[in-house]
Design a protein around this ligand. Structure first.
Ligand SMILES: [Mg+2]
Length: 329
């Protein structure tokens, strides 16, 4: 198929679930009626060989499609707004045939349907490597009614959704067949790989937390050790997090033990879990049961001269994690 036919076939496979989309794919530009006064917009790029292992048979076109939309949507989850529209630019390598392109689009459309996202436009082009760039837009009414990085206050508690470390361990397992090779680990191993290949953006949790009154959040794309530091610096406070309280996905402890690493450290520095980290005043935190939050620390005022950041504790003592400083830079 030529590029024009591919775009036509791509477009034919997209569902319309957005009555805000007045003119969708097929005209020169998309025309959208705003669903709020404020557009909340984020762009994310997935490059094969950089964000996904090149040549791994499990990194299929379907995985590329799912993952590129999921990682973009995670940033809307991190703002606490529902998904609106997505705009997709795909650069297709020579190694992909038409079926590969359609599998990629179908996986994207499947996640779009599940999350209420309307794929409102995009472009497909041939190129030297697979690159998927996804821009997502959500709608909001008030810049104070969002999960922001710059509103953490001393006395807030620090919490995370879900379980951590799974994605990094999934990637480790993809790279080393000997890891968790025994039959006892088969289920955990498969779940870790799935976590890495097909992460779930926490859109429902983000919206529920914001509606419940939470005003601070970030998605865990680089790991708690790095992402909590972003909140600390943006808010000019210090987040103090107990490594022992991090919720670990099943199999993370086993990967840590087989690779000679500390499981909490793996969970704190392993990226791409795409859970949410939030802070909330203690009284509000007590009213958030059922949202699956694990409370892992607290927010302290920054000392004089401290620009803010994160302090990780083990056994009540501050620890420095190998590799953490350069990631945090
Ligand atoms: Mg983010």
């Amino acid at each position: 198929m030529g590029e024009r036919d591919l775009i036509r076939t791509f477009t034919a496979r997209l569902g319309r679930r957005d009555d805000r989309l007045l003119i969708g794919p097929g005209d020169d530009a998309a025309v959208v009626r705003p669903a709020g006064a404020l557009a909340v917009t984020s762009t994310d790029t997935t490059v094969e060989g950089v964000h996904l292992p090149a040549g791994d048979p499990r990194a299929t076109p379907g995985v590329v499609g799912h993952r590129s939309l999921a990682t973009a949507l995670s940033d809307l989850a991190a703002m606490g707004v529902p998904a609106g529209e997505a705009y997709v630019a795909l650069t297709i390598p020579a190694s992909w045939d038409d079926d590969d392109v359609l599998a990629c689009v179908d996986a994207m459309e499947s996640l779009a349907a599940r999350t209420g996202t309307a794929i409102a436009g995009g472009d497909v082009s041939a190129g030297p490597a697979l690159v998927a760039t996804v821009t997502v837009v959500g709608w909001a009414d008030d810049e104070e009614d969002l999960l922001r990085r710059d509103r953490a206050r001393p006395g807030d508690l620090v919490g995370v959704t879900g379980e951590l470390g799974g994605s990094a361990c999934g990637l480790a397992v993809l790279r080393d067949d000997a890891l968790l090779a025994g039959p006892a680990h088969a289920e955990a191993r498969a779940a870790l790989v799935e976590r890495y290949l097909r992460p779930t953006p926490r859109l429902a949790a983000g919206v529920a937390l914001r509606r419940a009154g939470v005003r601070v959040g970030i998605d865990l794309s680089d790991g708690v050790a790095t992402d909590a530091g972003h909140v600390g610096r943006r808010s000019a406070v210090r987040l103090r997090i107990d490594l022992e309280r991090l919720p670990l996905q099943a199999g993370v402890a086993a990967v840590a033990s087989e690779t000679g690493r500390d499981p909490a450290e793996l969970a704190a520095t392993g990226g791409e879990d795409f859970e949410l980290l939030v802070t909330a005043p203690a009284a509000l935190a007590g009213r958030l049961p059922g949202l699956g939050i694990t409370w892992i620390g607290e927010v302290l005022a920054a000392a004089p001269g401290d620009a803010g950041g994160v302090t990780l504790l083990r056994g009540g003592e501050p620890v420095r994690l190998a590799g953490f400083e350069h990631r945090a830079g």
